[in-house]
Each structure stands twice: as structure tokens, then as C-alpha cells.
Design a binder for this molecule. Structure first.
Ligand code: CU
Ligand code: ZN
Length: 197
């Protein structure tokens, strides 16, 4: 009886030590990286999920209108737009430098948003105005849609588009003519505002 109790007590002690030893062998949680990320600009990932919207209203004598949503994603800004009242075919689609749609012809929105002083070009081109978002293709029902992710624009920092304007043009952007793409008259204009959707 006495012997059994001693054996049990020793066994219990061994079990406690054993568990403690196992715990000690487990990998400790990783230490935070030394120095952290201080001094680096990680604005884009930090702002992921941030949104902005622009409601495009027709300029004088135009029927075009639409809505564009901008959402910051890890790889850039997703641009989703839907438009109507357009003649079938392609229409230049840009961000312009001034968030002012007050002029009847949309001229108050200024030129293409170009914070890096680049030439006018197609959306897929590396060297382009930040505001060069290509063309919107309208179908036979006068409707157009876009949905893409763009790496040039941002909702934060020097390429931030909030407070700028979205313009939809009468003609196709030829991606060549400087500095406008020869996209013609401004059919619809909307100021980009933070938030929404
Ligand atoms: Cu334009
Ligand atoms: Zn341009």
C-alpha cells in the first residue's frame, strides 16, 4: 500500500516534469522583426478596402451618365463603372485633374490627371498619365461597363484620385494624340468623392 502510493507519487511527478519538458521543446512564437517597417511607405496595403465614388452627370446637350466605384485592393485600385445614354462604340475614359464639373462643357475639370508628368497613352502602358483609363465600349443599347484593376491610381498618396473628376468623352481615345487622345467633347463629368458603396 505504502509502496504503491510512493510509486504513484513518483509517476505523477514524472508526468508533470514530462509535460513541462515537452512544453519547453515547443517552438516559441516568432519575435516581431527588428526595426519594423518604420521609414517605409506601406500606404496601399494599409488602405485596402478604402473606396471612392463618382456620379457622372451629362454635360450640356449630352445624354450620357454613369457611376464609377474605386476600391483600393492589394495590387491597385479596382475600377467598376456603368454608363448609359452613349452612342454605340468606344468613348475615352479619363480622370481629369480638377474636381470641377461646373462648366456646361466640362472644361472646368482641366486636363488629364498627370502627377508624374508622363505622356498620354493607353491604360496598359507603363508610361502614361495616371488618369488614362482607356475607353468605355458602349453596346447597341447605349450602355457601357468597365471592371479592371489599375496600378497607376491610388486612393492615398501622390496619385490619389479623390477630389479629381471622371470624364467620359464623345470619341474614342486613340492613345497617341498628345495630350488628349483626341477623344473629343466631354459627355459626362463626375467628381470623385471618398466613401460610398
Ligand atoms: Cu478626358
Ligand atoms: Zn491622358
Amino acid at each position: 500500500m505504502n509502496m504503491t502510493r510512493t510509486t504513484l507519487a513518483v509517476a505523477g511527478l514524472c508526468a508533470i516534469i514530462g509535460v513541462g519538458g515537452l512544453r519547453a521543446q515547443q517552438t516559441p512564437p516568432p519575435a516581431p522583426p527588428a526595426g519594423g517597417h518604420a521609414g517605409h511607405d506601406h500606404a496601399a496595403p494599409a488602405a485596402a478596402g478604402k473606396t471612392a465614388t463618382a456620379k457622372l452627370n451629362p454635360t450640356k446637350d449630352s445624354t450620357a451618365r454613369g457611376e464609377v466605384t474605386f476600391t483600393q485592393e492589394a495590387k491597385g485600385v479596382r475600377v467598376v463603372g456603368s454608363f448609359n445614354g452613349l452612342q454605340m462604340g468606344e468613348h475615352g475614359f479619363h480622370i481629369h485633374e480638377k474636381g470641377d464639373c461646373s462648366a456646361p462643357d466640362g472644361a472646368s475639370a482641366g486636363g488629364h490627371f498627370n502627377p508624374m508628368s508622363k505622356p498620354h497613352a493607353a491604360r496598359e502602358t507603363a508610361d502614361r498619365h495616371a488618369g488614362d483609363l482607356g475607353n468605355v465600349k458602349a453596346d447597341p443599347y447605349s450602355m457601357g461597363r468597365v471592371d479592371f484593376v489599375d496600378e497607376h491610381i491610388s486612393l492615398d498618396g501622390p496619385n490619389a484620385i479623390i477630389g479629381k473628376a471622371v470624364i467620359l468623352h464623345a470619341q474614342k481615345d486613340d492613345f497617341t494624340t498628345q495630350p488628349t487622345g483626341n477623344a473629343g467633347a466631354r459627355l459626362a463629368c463626375g467628381v470623385i468623392e471618398a466613401g460610398g458603396k
